[in-house]
Write a protein that binds this ligand. Structure first.
Ligand SMILES: [Zn+2]
Length: 174
């Protein structure tokens, strides 16, 4: 869902104009950044799954933490709310698309997961708690998944470009 997450970040720019686009994009990818960091530290991985970065409970915790941090950094309550929602949007999109084979987001692994339903990989609470995931990417092909994500990216980019053009128009003195 890499491109799909980016699409949400792009589309959020008009509602959080004070926040740089890079931060919005980072917010949508934060749970994956955490997963990579935790994988590197050895507390998440193929064996343990992704309870610290991607459980529903921890996603809410990370979203609130990121939101509070950003509302302080940007001295803007609304920026914090938007950042928090963006971090959580990652979980929502992952909930729809997962399970995908952990730690290999390659084209081949998508091919492999298609038609081979995998066990859900998003825990509700902690390690060992029930796992969820609607499994969209198990029931559509890699090509369809890519088309879906590209479509989302185009929509998100369109929202962003429209906003940027409007802003330039308003900023230029008549
Ligand atoms: Zn993810």
């Amino acid at each position: 869902m890499g491109l799909g997450h980016c699409a949400v970040g792009l589309a959020a720019k008009p509602v959080a104009p004070k926040v740089p686009l890079g931060i919005l994009l980072l917010a949508t990818m934060m749970l994956d950044v955490l997963a990579i960091a935790f994988g590197w530290m050895g507390i998440e991985g193929a064996k343990t799954g992704i309870p610290w970065s991607h459980s529903l409970l921890m996603s809410v915790v990370w979203s609130m933490a990121a939101g509070l941090l950003c509302s302080r950094i940007f001295h803007n309550h609304r920026a914090g709310v938007v950042i928090g929602l963006l971090v959580f949007s990652h979980w929502v999109l992952d909930f729809v698309s997962h399970p995908i084979p952990f730690s290999s987001f390659s084209w081949r692994s998508w091919q492999w997961s298609y038609g081979h339903p995998l066990p859900p990989d998003l825990p509700l609470l902690f390690a060992g708690s029930p796992k969820v995931g609607l499994g969209l990417y198990n029931s559509i092909s890699a090509a369809q998944a890519t088309a879906l994500e590209l479509g989302m990216l185009v929509l998100g980019a369109a929202v962003y470009v429209y906003y940027a053009l409007r802003k330039r128009e308003n900023d230029t003195p008549a």
